[in-house]
Ligand binder design. Structure first.
Ligand code: FAD
Ligand code: NAI
Length: 475
């Protein structure tokens, strides 16, 4: 007889492995199936995030930021560095080791929580015994039955039509994170999150980086004032971003990649680069899941259709993370995974989609939560805005990084914080306070009245809150 589980989780990325842990904590007998292989063919749970996403990209961003600091900014502190060099192979090996530590950590967590891990691909077979029969193929080969199924199969990079990824010259995020030496010239299509993060990594190591963006505006989802400030900083660094282009033929040869495109003025242009990273968004992944066998409903993009609680059209089948609607972010996937496990256990899981933070880990970092000024205008909401520049913050001056600002938006009548937008040092950490504030429905006055340590970057958040009421103390 097939092994029976209370819950089977398909996919071991942040959505899946976290759902499995929470379900196990709540007393369920849980299996998690994940097919990701490491270089030796062994299991590498953690999904896109751990293997070719959040973790390796941040490892490379950190290494190259150190190099950038040593190359251009240590001198300001009186530090002279002679013979500075970057060993790219070592940087990549370190990144691989960071990934492995995370893979191993998840395998340990599966053991600790008594979760049965299957290394292989899962597909639906049929409705069975009041649940669903799932076939596992790969390193593990067997059919198992789950009363409840959580699908967390993630997403894949979107290719340009007619230009498949070969991961040598035309790179997805996967190949982009495995480049072994800095190309002289690097092209990227799409100036979204990956375009900016990966473009920054290789620019810091000396590549001439050109990013071709289809839209006429830079970072359209970001508050306009913040996006403008970020663009100024990227321009200064020499990151070349061409907006409003239309990409045409892409040809590869021994020399590299040649991209024909028209610029914003409609003029024909071409760009020759050693390698091209295509970062134009991601598509939900249900490849090989055999969703048809049980009638699991997908939408026209291939995403699994779910309601606000991650319920699919099938009783007992749930879906979370990149494979469903909503932002493709690891922490969003995790929150949904936890909420679904809690719902399965009869609790009231909850995800607040209005307070999911976004972070772009460039230098300066860009982070935000809630609505932008443009969105508030479009929604007809009366608001007050307060900004505070890092230039006026003592800690930022001491750090030697005064780029950017904190911008707070609050309801004109109630003073409730509706959005916070940051560009500047450690924006990724500063945004957490703003998420907490919004989650507790704080007013800007609440933040303005809270004692913030001095000197700290977080004083800029307090000052932005004071600025909402036009009473900054240090500007
Ligand atoms: P995934 O992480 O994609 O995991 C899905 C897993 O399911 C994979 O392991 C896959 O092998 C497995 N799988 C799929 N089908 C099957 C099957 N049939 N059987 C068995 N296993 C299967 N987000 C952030 O929040 N912060 C960041 O800094 C960040 N950086 C990123 C950088 C890059 C370069 C990229 C590409 C993405 C980044 N993201 C970031 C996005 C983040 O990686 C995703 O939002 C997140 O991984 C989604 O989690 P998930 O669990 O839904 O899917
Ligand atoms: P993205 O959606 O962030 O950006 C894609 C960009 O490509 C957009 O600006 C879009 O206008 C442009 N584009 C689309 N088609 C184009 C075309 N044919 N020609 C020129 N430009 C085109 O997608 P990206 O960068 O691929 O990242 C995918 C997702 O991964 C992100 O949306 C995010 O959810 C996640 N991610 C998150 C990170 C983080 O949280 N720090 C880091 C990296 C990725």
């Amino acid at each position: 007889m097939s092994k029976q589980f209370d819950v089977i989780v398909i996919g071991g990325g942040p959505g899946g492995y976290i759902a499995a842990i929470r379900a196990a904590q709540l007393g369920k007998n849980v299996a998690c199936i994940d097919e990701w292989k490491n270089a030796k063919g062994g299991p590498a749970p953690g999904g896109t995030c751990t293997n070719v996403g959040c973790i390796p990209s941040k490892a490379l961003l950190q290494s190259t930021e150190h190099f950038e600091q040593a190359s251009h900014h240590f001198a300001d502190h009186g530090i002279t560095v002679k013979g500075l060099a970057m060993d790219v192979a070592k940087m990549v090996a370190r990144k691989d080791n960071v990934v492995k530590q995370n893979n191993d950590g998840i395998l340990y967590l599966f053991k600790k929580n008594k979760i049965s891990f299957f290394h292989g691909r899962a597909s639906f077979v049929k409705v069975a015994d009041g649940g669903y029969e799932i076939k596992v193929t790969g390193a593990a080969e067997e059919n198992i039955v789950g009363q409840q199924i959580i699908v967390a199969t993630g997403s894949n990079a979107r290719a340009l039509p007619g230009t498949p990824f070969d991961e040598e010259l035309i790179l997805s995020n996967d190949g982009a994170l495995r480049i072994q030496s800095a190309p002289k010239k690097l092209g990227l299509i799409g100036s979204g999150v990956i375009g900016l993060e990966m473009g920054s990594v290789w620019r810091r190591l000396g590549a001439e980086v050109t990013i071709l963006e289809g839209l006429p505006t830079f970072l359209g989802a970001v508050d306009e004032q913040i996006a403008k400030e970020a663009k100024k900083a990227f321009d200064k660094q020499g990151l070349k971003i061409e907006l409003g282009v239309k990409v045409g033929d892409i040809k590869t040869s021994k020399k590299g990649v040649s991209i024909a495109y028209t610029n914003a003025k409609g003029e024909a242009q071409s760009l020759d680069v050693e390698k091209l990273i295509v970062s134009i968004g991601r598509v939900p992944n249900t490849i090989g899941l055999n969703a048809e066998a049980v009638g699991l409903q997908l939408d026209e993009r291939g995403a699994i259709v779910v309601d606000g609680d991650c319920r699919t059209n099938l009783p007992g089948v749930w879906a979370v993370g990149d494979v469903v609607r909503g932002p493709m972010l690891a922490h969003k996937a995790e929150e949904e995974g936890v909420a679904v496990a809690e719902r399965i256990a009869g609790q009231h899981g909850h995800v607040n989609f209005n307070t999911i933070p976004w972070v772009i880990y460039t230098s300066p970092e860009i982070a935000w939560v809630g609505r932008t000024e443009q969105q508030l205008k479009a929604d007809g909401v009366a608001y007050k805005a307060g900004t505070f520049p890092f230039l006026a913050n003592g800690r930022a001056r001491a750090l030697g990084d005064t780029t950017g600002m904190v911008k707070m938006l609050a309801d004109a009548k109630t003073d409730e914080i509706l959005g916070v937008h940051i560009v500047g040092p450690m924006a990724s950490e500063l945004i957490a306070e703003c998420v907490v504030a919004m989650e507790f429905r704080a007013s800007s006055e609440d933040i303005a009245r809270i004692c913030h340590a001095h000197p700290s970057l977080s004083e800029s958040t307090k000052e932005a809150a004071l600025a909402v009421d036009k009473r900054t103390l240090n500007f």
